[in-house]
Design a protein around this ligand. Structure first.
Ligand code: FAD
Ligand code: 2HG
Ligand code: ZN
Length: 482
């Protein structure tokens, strides 16, 4: 996208001066001020290479006090800022739109404490999710969130987006597992809510405001989170199914029969798997093709018990012809390979660009949306197998166990006609079934004009009121959804 297609004017914010730079250099270590044009590039561009800002300054504080000093200064000078974690966000929320100062949490990357009895981890916001998880695994625990971007995303970014991920159905939302956090408000005030208490009903639960606020209310600098014991036995099955009806039946039975050991239930359509197959040399898990695939994971404490349970469950499904085919991982390598067929989808779909929709809708309607989008694009003659078509296909996959579909339209090239066919069509469709237009990625810049499809006018007004209270000069992540 070019600036013209952003359809946004730069706000009435201050322009950086040499005096500002001198101030930041005086409070930050040498590597905490980035100005080199080449070094700035990765901070200005998002993961999808769809949004690009033109910031000339990235600040990388090491302490909460430094974040506070930076924000206090920026607020006084009305300099706009963008908080940035691992920059893996999928809605253009983590990069500047114009010349906002990027505040990267990358140098705040220390584990502060871990209690092996309670499982409570306290860590800086800039700790990479995979590093936190590796640390916990050595202690016999796991981070209660896992997602494909784990090697880059920060736990602070996860909290700021209220990321859902691959095992939400087992470990719940961050609104439940985050016990406390520390955040710096726009004027530099430090909110010290780094509680380690599981229960605390003393007044409003302020931390919840920051979970999912996408950098618009404050900068999260540390997080306290309840972690789950590392499962002693993990197993995965990859299934082929003939219809989405069968997928739903399988899900119902998985909840009943696998119950306490069920840790993931992901569904992928044929298009998503064909595209992964095209761009990898991994062997496909199943022979032959099916309209739908399901990846089921179990996590428990007794391998024999879990294996027997999974086997009986799968035998029952085969006998009743609910599933057409299936394979169970025989070892850790196979388990990882099966997961690749799910985790690689976002990356492999993005070759020429992609329009992404991340929606919550009633389970039964889920793939009807994918079909309706395909039909709409076909009717307009913009989707197909050859180069002349800008769109490749309408693709559906996602966290079916959580009622969350990822509808992706992978492209050969970005095309305004395709975009106009999709938006607001998809949002209207979702609104009609009382769904959410953003189940887990947030609104960011990409969806800022569409909030009204999921929130009524009164709710939007309350959101704006909070923003005015916490950030009256609107310096935090401007041009985004508030
Ligand atoms: P960034 O991208 O840097 O920032 C995201 C937003 O949070 C921005 O608005 C930014 O301003 C704000 N922010 C970041 N850090 C802070 C902070 N410390 N304080 C205040 N605001 C902050 N998301 C899911 O929910 N589930 C998935 O399964 C999932 N899978 C993904 C797979 C891939 C391959 C990719 C690329 C992304 C995926 N995502 C998923 C989206 C993304 O990874 C998550 O949203 C992630 O939580 C973002 O973390 P981050 O550190 O990269 O944040
Ligand atoms: C996932 O579940 C992520 O893989 C990304 O949330 C989804 O790219 C997407 O649309
Ligand atoms: Zn997802």
């Amino acid at each position: 996208l070019t600036k013209d297609t952003y359809h946004t004017e730069r706000g009435d914010y201050g322009q950086l001066t040499s005096e500002d730079i001198a101030y930041f250099k005086s409070i930050l270590p040498e590597n905490g001020v980035v100005q080199d044009k080449t070094d700035l590039e990765i901070y200005n561009q998002d993961w999808m290479r769809k949004y690009r800002g033109s910031s000339e300054l990235v600040l990388k504080p090491k302490t909460t006090e430094q974040v506070s000093q930076i924000l206090k200064y920026c607020n006084e000078k009305k300099l706009a800022v963008v908080p940035q974690g691992g920059n893996t966000g999928l809605v253009g929320g983590s990069v500047p739109v114009f010349d906002e100062v990027v505040i990267s949490l990358a140098n705040m990357n220390q584990i502060q404490s871990f209690d092996p009895v309670t499982g409570i981890l306290v860590a800086d916001a800039g700790v990479i999710l995979e590093n936190a998880d590796n640390f916990l695994r050595e202690q016999g625990f796991i981070f209660p969130l896992d997602l494909g971007a784990k090697g880059s995303c920060h736990i602070g970014g996860n909290v700021a987006t209220n990321a859902g991920g691959l095992r939400l159905l087992r470990y719940g939302s961050l609104h439940g597992s985050v016990l406390g956090l520390q955040a710096v408000l726009a004027d530099g005030t430090i909110y010290n809510g780094l509680s380690k208490l599981r229960k605390d009903n003393t007044g409003y639960d302020l931390k919840q405001l920051f979970i999912g606020s996408e950098g618009t209310l404050g900068i999260i600098t540390a997080v306290s989170i309840l972690c789950a014991p590392k499962p002693l036995a993990v197993n995965a099955a990859f299934l082929g199914l003939d219809s989405f009806e069968q997928v739903q039946k399988t899900f119902g039975r998985a909840k009943g029969e696998l119950s306490e050991i069920l840790s993931a239930f992901e569904c992928m359509d044929a298009n998503s798997q064909n595209i992964v197959a095209k761009y990898t040399d991994l062997a496909r898990p199943l022979e032959g093709s099916h309209p739908f695939y399901v990846l089921i994971e179990t996590s428990g404490s007794n391998k024999d018990h879990d294996d027997a349970k999974l086997e009986k469950f799968l035998e029952g499904l085969l006998e009743d012809e609910v599933i057409a085919d299936g394979v169970v991982a025989q070892d850790e390598t196979q388990l990882k390979n099966l997961w690749q067929w799910r985790e690689l989808i976002p990356e492999k779909l993005g070759h020429g660009g992609v329009y992404k929709y991340d929606v919550s809708i009633p389970l039964a309607d889920m793939f009807k949306l994918v079909d309706d989008v395909q039909a709409r694009l076909e009717e307009a003659g913009v989707v197909g197998d050859s180069e002349e078509f800008p769109a490749i296909a309408s693709v559906g996959y996602g966290h079916i166990g959580d009622g969350n579909l990822h509808l992706n339209v992978p492209l050969r090239r970005y095309d305004e006609k395709v975009e106009k066919l999709l938006e607001p069509f998809v949002y209207e469709w979702v609104s009609k079934v009382n769904g959410s237009i953003s189940a887990e990625h947030g609104l960011g810049f990409a969806k800022k004009n569409y909030i009204q499809y999921s929130k009524d006018a009164g709710s939007i007004e309350l959101i704006r009121d909070l923003k005015k209270l916490y950030d009256p000069k609107a310096i935090l992540n401007p041009y985004k959804y508030v």
